[in-house]
Design a protein around this ligand. Structure first.
Ligand code: NAD
Length: 315
């Protein structure tokens, strides 16, 4: 198979690149490096079945030759990044999603779109099943991301109604693991960087807001299964860990795993920060036989080991 992965030099994208190469496929990774890094592809770049194309995925995708699967993963993904790149975020998830549809349709390839739990906004339904429409502020600071992903979903589902496109949508919940960006404002990387630098861990609000943390290998497994499923045209699937963890508890586990004292510094909550987030994964279980396999402590220990070796922390 020849797989095109937009956002291939990002955190999740680079793990997908490695997984498809490991499974014996050819991979074309497209990235403009606005939030990703070629360092994320250091190991993969030695593989002759990988082609890297530096290009803006908000524009028509410059891919020639056979295409069997398109994974549209390019998008700034953290509050810090999509606030800085707000218009680019809107573009890559709207026009860019249209170009990803065009490429897939032209080649009779499947498309898988990386959507997000943010489409549920600050949810009134808990846990969130895929049938929940969400509670999103369409004009708030996060709208450039949340509404762009919602538009991407609307575009794909409309194009499937109007034409032959075979697409699937994964709604990704908070994912962590090796290679996540260090300073993008997300809770887990913040905690790692602060714990390893011996600083107090910054907790926004009282820390009782919950998240579900998924280890990246588990996410990749869910994505690969959804993309490969022979009868999942049009499927929209939550992939995330249904085990709810408070932000304060996650901070404590990271401090303990890093072997540092647990000091917290509280800061005000950012606007529209969701209070609770937990996926209903009944559909992933039934359709894909998927559920997360990596307990939080184990995933944190693995991430910490990578953080120390790749980022040179000595603590
Ligand atoms: N990591 C998570 O917890 C999470 C949660 C929900 C959804 N997602 C989605 O998964 C995808 C990957 O997220 P990530 O965490 O790996 O983020 P990331 O920032 O590490 O990766 C995104 C990649 O896309 C590239 N990119 C962005 N805009 C581009 C453009 N216009 N053209 C070409 N390349 C572009 C960036 O340079 C980067 O390499 C995103 O679509 C994100 O919305 C991630």
């Amino acid at each position: 198979m020849r797989v095109v992965i937009t956002g291939g030099a990002g955190f999740v994208g680079s793990h997908l690149v490695e997984r498809y190469l490991r499974d014996g496929h050819e991979v074309v990774a497209i990235d403009n490096l606005c939030t990703g890094s070629l360092r994320n592809l250091d190991d993969a770049s030695e593989n002759p079945r990988l082609t890297f194309v530096r290009a803006d995925a908000a524009m028509p995708l410059p891919v020639r030759g056979q295409v069997d699967l398109v994974l549209h993963f390019s998008s700034p993904a953290s509050l810090v990044d999509y606030t800085r790149l707000a218009l680019e975020t809107l573009a890559v998830n709207s026009a860019g999603t249209g170009h990803a549809c065009d490429l897939a349709e032209r080649h009779g390839a499947r498309l898988l779109f990386a959507s997000t739990s943010e489409v549920y906004g600050d949810p009134h339904v808990h846990p969130q099943p895929e049938s929940y429409w969400g509670n999103v502020n369409p004009v708030g600071e996060r709208a450039c991301y949340d509404e762009a992903k919602r538009f991407g979903e609307a575009l794909i589902t409309t194009r499937m109604r109007k034409g032959p496109l075979d697409a699937r949508i994964v709604r990704i919940f908070n994912t962590y693991g090796p290679r996540m960006a260090e300073n993008d404002g997300r809770a887990v990387p913040n905690f790692f960087a602060q714990a390893l630098a011996g600083k107090p861990l910054t907790v926004y609000g009282d820390g009782n807001q919950t998240r579900s943390f998924t280890y990246v290998d588990d996410l990749v497994e869910g994505i690969v299964r959804l993309a490969a499923h022979p009868e999942a045209r049009g499927a929209i699937v939550n992939i995330g860990n249904p085990e709810e963890t408070t932000i304060a508890a996650a901070a404590a586990i990271i401090a303990e795993a890093a072997g540092v004292a647990f000091h917290v510094e509280h800061r005000p909550l950012p606007p529209d920060d969701p209070a609770r987030r937990k996926p209903d994964i009944a559909r992933a279980r039934a359709l894909l036989g998927w559920e997360p396999a990596t307990p939080l402590r184990e995933g944190i220990t693995r991430t910490l080991a990578w953080w120390r070796s790749a980022r040179g922390y000595s603590t």
